[in-house]
Design a protein around this ligand. Sequence first.
Ligand SMILES: Cc1cc2nc3c(=O)[nH]c(=O)nc-3n(C[C@H](O)[C@H](O)[C@H](O)COP(=O)(O)O)c2cc1C
Ligand code: SF4
Length: 428
Amino acid sequence: MTNPAAVLSTPWKINGLTIKNRFVLSPMAVLQPTEDGRPSDQSIAFLARRAQGGAGLLMVGGGAATARGVAEAPFQPLMRSDDDRFIPGLKRLVDAVHEYDVPVIHQIFPSFGAMGIPGEGRTTRAASPKPVHMGAPRLPNGFYIPGGRTNPTPVEITKDEIREVQEATVAAVRRCKDAGFDGIELGAHMRYLYSSFLSPRTNWRTDEYGGSAENRARILVDTIRALRAEVGDDYPIGVRMSVNDHLPDGQGPKGYAEVAQFIAAAGVDYIALTDGNYESMDANLPRESGAILSHGEAQIFREALPDVPLLISSTYDPQQAADAVESGIVDGFMLARQLLADPDFPNKVMTGRTNDIIWCDHNNSCLRRLIFNVPVTCSKNRETGRESGAAARKATLQQNVLVAAAGNPALMGIADKLASAKNRKANA
Ligand SMILES: Cc1cc2nc3c(=O)[nH]c(=O)nc-3n(C[C@H](O)[C@H](O)[C@H](O)COP(=O)(O)O)c2cc1C
Ligand code: SF4
């Protein structure tokens, strides 16, 4: 049996970047930036605390990289990289993390696609006009939303708009590089713009961006080539994508791995694997550790991409993680909720202090707060979300009620009955 502390303490590389161990802070939009989208003292304190706790690489989540991304962002406020004026603030964040000798990668979104919020005179864009339906039975643990939720139908993005998005993305990545980020990650998962191209379930196009796996990969392939021309071959570029839609008419791991082969061949330095999407949130935010391994999805990706570093989500069992590294399937482990619950998790595992770990309960009160735009805190750790010592932005009464109600099966059961009765009356 492998020794988790020893195996997970080993260094590895993304392009020329050395990462001192296998623990990676998964990208999370929990940074409480300023209202105008700059890193705050809290953003920096949150990240510094994860670096102190032993994570070998930090991913900065939820960056809005274009004017469109900023305007339609489903979570507010987000960190921005859509203008040069944001570079000094981003540099302050990067310098602070580098004090801990830990690299930091910025995850950016040029558009939130079908998950975006339409506004005055502005519709959302996706590969095809397929809305996101978050059905009540597929919500993650701790969420009770009667009838689920369906987002507005996006408009098919035109080729000119695809080119505009690409140009804006290249400019944003240049800013991230100027700010000192050690790399960037394109968010191509969940049902955001890029991900809508990757699966035939959400891409019905008949032009060169739809149909074959090569065509569905094209938007990312072209973007990565343009990024390479801007930032050079040495700058780490990653892509975060799903391994499986987990939906009856969805794409499975073999289809996604085929698309990933084209993306990787364009010059990607790592692929971060996540499970499911907004319509299969139960798979995306699992309770159990290592589903991507036990379902064999990571193995299918490894077979398709023998030489590309792979990171996986939701594998917080140290033994499982160490075994996957030893067998060469996975290189790094992205931890999200476990590092909200216990920022010292990496150090505790690497020094064998596993009895001291504060385990995440997977009840997702953090996520309910995110969805209702309340600063994210953790029910298992009072320090989380308040690392800078400053009081978090106060939630409104309505936001607090929504966060509590969406996590309460009794309240939501009543709401469900009322809604069904109203529907019956309307249909009588
Ligand atoms: C509060 C919160 C915010 C998140 N924000 C982002 C984000 O900005 N970008 C992203 O790719 N994933 C985001 N995620 C998803 C996580 O990175 C991760 O994929 C998910 O939580 C499953 O991993 P876990 O089991 O380690 O929590 C977020 C998750 C949570 C709980
Ligand atoms: S609130 Fe904390 S303990 Fe609960 S799911 Fe989120 S990270 Fe885990």
